[in-house]
Write a protein that binds this ligand. Structure first.
Ligand SMILES: *[C@@H]1O[C@H](CO)[C@@H](O)[C@H](O)[C@H]1NC(C)=O
Ligand SMILES: *[C@@H]1O[C@H](CO)[C@@H](O)[C@H](O)[C@H]1NC(C)=O
Ligand SMILES: *[C@@H]1O[C@H](CO)[C@@H](O)[C@H](O)[C@H]1NC(C)=O
Ligand SMILES: *[C@@H]1O[C@H](CO)[C@@H](O)[C@H](O)[C@H]1NC(C)=O
Ligand SMILES: *[C@@H]1O[C@H](CO)[C@@H](O)[C@H](O)[C@H]1NC(C)=O
Ligand SMILES: *[C@@H]1O[C@H](CO)[C@@H](O)[C@H](O)[C@H]1NC(C)=O
Length: 409
C-alpha cells in the first residue's frame, strides 16, 4: 500500500498548500488520482467525439484499473470519508430492465433500503404502459456479503406492492417523512398527475397522496423531495422528464423548486431559474440547499452540451426561503442527478461514472467509481451506502455517515 507521501515523491514534486501535507496509508480498494498527470494531454478530441457521454480514462490508466480500485482519491480529504477499509460490492444485476434507478431511501425502523425502477426507458416497459415499481433490500443481507466484489444472487431484491388505491405511480425521488417514506411520483399520461406520496415502509405498504397539484394545475413530473431539518417543510423539484420520455403531456409549468407545508396546506415556489432542477438536498445544519440542474440531458431527445450539468447551492434563511444562489460544482461525465450530504457537510452526487464527492467549498475530493451512470444512491445511517446504477445495484461501506433527517414533528 503506497502512502500519500510516497505518491507525492514519486510524482516528482509536492502539492502546494497544507491539504496534502499529512500522510496515511491508501486502503486496498482505493487509489490516488494525480490530476497534474492530465492537465496537459497529448491528444484531445472535439465535442462531437468526446463529451459528457464519455468516461475519461486518465493517461496510464484503463477502465479496468479504474474499477479495480473504485475509491478514487482526488484530494486527501477523501481519505477521512472512506476510512481504512472501504468496500464496494455489486449486490444485484438485471440484464435488460433498469430496476435500480432512484428514490433510494433508508428505512431506519426496518433497516432496509427502498428504491425505484426507472420509469423512462423502453427496456423497463414502464412510463405510460405501467408504473415503475418500488423495491427494497435488507441491509443485514448486504452487510453479510460486503467483503465480496460480486455478490449478485446473494441479496434478495423484494418488489414492494402498495395497495391499488392509491398506488405510488412512477416514483423517482424518495426520502424519510414522519416515520414513513415520501416519494415524488412523475405521473402517467394526461390523467394521472405527478404527486407526492407517503408510504408505510411496512406491509401492507399503505399509501396516501399528500399533494398532486398547484392550485389545480398538474406539475410536470416531480423528481426529488427533501425535508428541511428545522422547519420540517417538504421541498421538491419539478422537471419535464416524463415529457422527454413520452409518458407525460407537454409541460404546463416552469421547471422549478417548490415548498410545501403539509400542516397548513400552503404550497409555494422555493426557487426558479433552472433548466432541469433535479436532485435536491439540505446540508446537515439546514443552512444550505443543493439543487442539481441536469439541463444537459433531454432524455429521448438527446443532449445539449451547453446546458447545465451543475449543482447550485442556496442559503436557507430563517424563514425557510432560499437565497444567494451560487454555482457549487459542474460534473462530468454524465450529469449530477441525485444529491445527498454526509454528516460533515460534504456533497455527493450520482453522476455518469458513479458517485462524485465535493467538499463544502465545491472542490472535487473523490469518487466511488462504478464506471456507469449512477443516478441516485443514499447513505443508510453510518458507514453504509446503497448505489443505484440502473442495471446494477451496489452496496458500499465507508467511514462517512449520512445526513439523516428524523422528520417527526
Ligand atoms: C458525444 O460523443 C459521442 C461519441 O463518443 C458522439 O456519438 C455524440 O454524438 C456526441 N454528442 C454530441 C452532442 O456531440
Ligand atoms: C505524450 O507524448 C510524450 C512525448 O511523445 C510521451 O513521452 C508521453 O508518454 C505521452 N503521454 C501520454 C499520456 O500519452
Ligand atoms: C470483512 O473483512 C474484514 C477485514 O478483513 C473483517 O473484519 C470482517 O469481519 C469481514 N466481514 C464479513 C461480513 O465477512
Ligand atoms: C419484480 O418486478 C420486476 C419488474 O416488473 C419483475 O421483472 C420481477 O419478476 C418481479 N419480481 C418478483 C419476485 O415478482
Ligand atoms: C395527452 O392528450 C393529448 C391531447 O388529448 C394527446 O395528444 C397526448 O398524446 C396525450 N399525452 C399523453 C402522454 O398521454
Ligand atoms: C442548447 O441550449 C442552448 C441554450 O439554451 C440553446 O441556445 C441551443 O439552441 C440549444 N441547442 C440545441 C441543439 O438544442
Amino acid at each position: 500500500m503506497p502512502s500519500i507521501s510516497s505518491w507525492l515523491l514519486l510524482g516528482g514534486c509536492l502539492f502546494a498548500g497544507p491539504a496534502l501535507s499529512a500522510s496515511g496509508n491508501i486502503p486496498a480498494q482505493a487509489q490516488l488520482i494525480d490530476q497534474r498527470k492530465f492537465n496537459v494531454l497529448n491528444n484531445t478530441r472535439p465535442p462531437a467525439e468526446f463529451n459528457d457521454t464519455n468516461i475519461f480514462v486518465p493517461p496510464g490508466m484503463t477502465e479496468k484499473s479504474l474499477t479495480g480500485q473504485p475509491f478514487h482519491v482526488y484530494d486527501e480529504e477523501f481519505l477521512k470519508i472512506i476510512g481504512n477499509n472501504p468496500t464496494l460490492t455489486r449486490i444485484a444485476y438485471s440484464e435488460v430492465d433498469p430496476l435500480f434507478h432512484e428514490a433510494v431511501v433508508w428505512s431506519k425502523g426496518t433497516d432496509e433500503v427502498f428504491f425505484a425502477q426507472n420509469a423512462g426507458p423502453p427496456e423497463a416497459g414502464t412510463g405510460l404502459k405501467k408504473s415503475s415499481i418500488v423495491e427494497k433490500i435488507s441491509l443485514a443481507e448486504a452487510a453479510a456479503v460486503a467483503n465480496k466484489t460480486d455478490a449478485v444472487g446473494l441479496v434478495t431484491v423484494h418488489n414492494v406492492t402498495s395497495p391499488e388505491s392509491p398506488k405510488v405511480i412512477n416514483p423517482n425521488g424518495g426520502n424519510n417523512y414522519r416515520g414513513k417514506l415520501i416519494f415524488a411520483g412523475e405521473g402517467q399520461g394526461n390523467d394521472t398527475a405527478p404527486a407526492l406520496y407517503v408510504m408505510n415502509p411496512k406491509e401492507p405498504y399503505d399509501t396516501e397522496i399528500l399533494l398532486n397539484n398547484f392550485f389545480g394545475r398538474q406539475f410536470n413530473s416531480l423528481n426529488d423531495v427533501a425535508i428541511h431539518p428545522n422547519n420540517k417543510e417538504i421541498y421538491f423539484t419539478d422537471v419535464p422528464y416524463g415529457y422527454y420520455q413520452d409518458f407525460r403531456p407537454s409541460p404546463g409549468l416552469q421547471n422549478q423548486v417548490y415548498r410545501f407545508n403539509p400542516d397548513t396546506g400552503a404550497v409555494r415556489i422555493a426557487a426558479d431559474g433552472f433548466t432541469h432542477p433535479n436532485g435536491f438536498t439540505f446540508s446537515p445544519d439546514g443552512k444550505h440547499a443543493y439543487v442539481t440542474d441536469t439541463g444537459v440531458g433531454y432524455s429521448f431527445y438527446g443532449n445539449n452540451l451547453t446546458e447545465p450539468s451543475s449543482i447550485y447551492r442556496f442559503d436557507v434563511t430563517d424563514d425557510g426561503t432560499l437565497e444567494n444562489r451560487k454555482t457549487f460544482a459542474f460534473a462530468s461525465p454524465g450529469l449530477p442527478d441525485g444529491v445527498h450530504c454526509d454528516s460533515w457537510g460534504n456533497v455527493y452526487a450520482g453522476c455518469g461514472d458513479g458517485i462524485q464527492v465535493w467538499n463544502p467549498s465545491g472542490k472535487l475530493i473523490g469518487k466511488i467509481f462504478v464506471g456507469t451512470t449512477s443516478a441516485n444512491f443514499n447513505f443508510a445511517g453510518e458507514g453504509r451506502m446503497v448505489i443505484c446504477a440502473e442495471n446494477s445495484l451496489y452496496y458500499a461501506t465507508l467511514a462517512a455517515a449520512g445526513n439523516y433527517v428524523e422528520s417527526e414533528m
